[in-house]
Write a protein that binds this ligand. Structure first.
Ligand SMILES: [Zn+2]
Length: 508
């Protein structure tokens, strides 16, 4: 019994004034006891209850709670609504907070996935845009290449190598040759032997001429620009057998010697001197080695561009002013608009005058003026300048025989190249260019006799001093070639007789 009474607890409850006996095991949990009390009270099992003793003090509901008697029952009081509401509210709050936390957590995860999606989208776009950028870049490159190709094709005949026009940006590197007094003096004479000099030395000589004539000083030409310009000029002459940089040098040196010999600086303005020198330097720029007749007959781009009107000379001018259009090479950069216009017009007029197709026209015009030559008449002066550049251009035979003769070989080589090409292309061939028909004496005699001597003799009327220095050597050259022709003819005659004799003896 004792053990039984110790393993069970008896509690007396006052339920609405009625005493109720509750027995539970000591092994019961507080929760079980609370449920038991709810049943006793007749309220739902999960109703929150307060247990009060007779003095009104709260008693903990658990298996160890103090036992009581029927006379001192405990009172069960369901928890007040307010109390419940507070707890519920608290609980609700907690729930809400938890929910919010959850929701926030969900939102964060939602946001996270949204951000991830957006990043993925952006990445895709970047990738696409990147592809677009690459595509655009590729297109740009293609367009650039196409443009270059078009430009190259356009200019292929206009200018053999576009790069030639680009000057070296640094200070020209050709060594500054120290010209000896002897060279400086020799430069002033038509007897100067250009074959002795390397291109760099010729550049130094040309530079000297511009300085010596006072052009650099009078026109405030930058000496560095002058060097760059001359180097660019050198680069823009092709390596033709005849129409090359050495020919440019010879023509300019002859102009220089004529300026000195004829004391042209006393008769003409410094601007005229500058035009004469500059036109001489530029007069055959980018010559392709085939003359106007070939250009026209072969319908080259040059002939098409210039409508068969002096295609080469127009081209030389255009290249000259393309070079001047580059500030690094523009020796006229200090000129005002009007002065530049004059130098441009003057240079173009002189270069165009070098077309031999206009020889008679120009010489006739000069002959009409020479007996009443008026240095104050612009037309007269222009005509004189045209004749002067023409004289210089074809002045090789004025030079000593040993200097002049190699030029004939060079010219014939260039002519033969053209006639061979004409034959190959089925184009008309000029007899004076045909290797089957021409010899050095036949090539030169007619030219000296009918072109050179009459022209130089006309100039001689204005400048008698050229007779000894220029006309006399021409006459000697003519005589020499005539002698050579007689020897050639005699040799041919002998050859002919020999072959005739051989044929006759063969027949016998
Ligand atoms: Zn020339």
């Amino acid at each position: 019994m004792g053990s039984a009474s110790s393993s069970y607890r008896v509690i007396y409850l006052d339920v609405d004034g009625r005493i109720q006996k509750v027995v539970f095991s000591r092994l019961c949990t507080p929760c079980d006891i609370k449920e038991l009390f709810c049943t006793a009270l007749g309220v739902p099992r999960n109703t929150l209850l307060s247990l009060l003793d007779s003095s009104g003090a709260m008693v903990s509901i658990d298996p160890t709670m103090p036992q009581n008697t029927e006379r001192s029952p405990y009172r069960l009081v369901p928890m007040a609504r307010g109390q419940l509401d507070d707890k519920e509210e608290l609980f609700q709050n907690v729930l809400t907070q938890v929910a919010e936390q959850f929701s926030r957590a969900f939102k964060i995860s939602e946001l996270k996935s949204e951000v991830t999606n957006r990043i993925a989208m952006l990445e895709k776009r970047v990738e696409l845009e990147g592809i677009k950028v690459v595509e655009i870049e590729k297109c740009c490159n293609d367009i650039k290449k196409l443009r270059e190709e078009v430009a190259f094709r356009k200019n292929s005949n206009f200018l053999e190598d576009n790069k030639k026009l680009t000057p070296r940006r640094d200070v020209p590197s050709y060594p500054k040759y120290h010209l000896s007094e002897e060279t400086i003096e020799a430069l002033r004479l038509p007897t100067f032997d250009a074959w002795q000099w390397e291109p760099n030395e010729m550049l130094s000589c040309l530079e000297h001429m511009y300085h010596n004539l006072g052009l650099v000083k009078d026109f405030s030409i930058s000496p560095i620009t002058l060097k760059r310009w001359l180097m660019c000029i050198h680069h823009n002459y092709r390596n033709n057998p005849f129409h090359n940089f050495r020919h440019c040098f010879c023509v300019t040196q002859m102009m220089y010697s004529m300026i000195c010999l004829c004391r042209l600086q006393e008769k003409l303005s410094q601007l005229d001197i500058l035009i004469l020198m500059t036109a001489a330097v530029c007069h055959d720029l980018d010559h392709p080695g085939f003359n106007n007749t070939y250009q026209i007959n072969a319908r080259t781009d040059l002939a098409v561009r210039y409508n068969d009107i002096s295609p080469l000379e127009n081209h030389h001018c255009a290249v000259a002013f393309q070079i001047f259009s580059q500030p690094e090479c523009n020796i006229f950069s200090n000129f005002d608009q009007e002065a530049f216009k004059q130098i441009r017009q003057g240079t173009i007029t002189l270069i165009l005058a070098t077309d031999m197709a206009r020889h008679s026209e120009i010489l006739d015009s000069f002959k009409q003026k020479v007996n009443n030559f008026d240095y104050t008449d612009e037309e007269h002066v222009t005509c004189l300048k045209m004749v002067l550049i023409k004289c210089c251009d074809i002045s090789n035979e004025v030079r000593p025989m040993e200097v002049a003769e190699p030029w004939v070989d060079c010219l014939l080589e260039e002519y033969f190249m053209q006639s061979d090409r004409e034959k190959a292309e089925g184009l008309p061939v000029a007899p004076f260019m045909d290797r089957e028909k021409v010899t050095k004496p036949t090539a030169q005699i007619g030219f000296i006799k009918f072109v050179l001597i009459p022209m130089f003799e006309s100039v001689m009327k204005l400048f008698p001093q050229i007779e000894e220095a220029m006309v006399q050597p021409l006459r000697q050259s003519r005589e020499r070639y005539e002698e050579l022709k007689q020897i050639d003819d005699a040799m041919n005659e002998m050859q002919k007789k020999k072959s005739e004799t051989l044929t006759m003896s063969g027949k016998k």
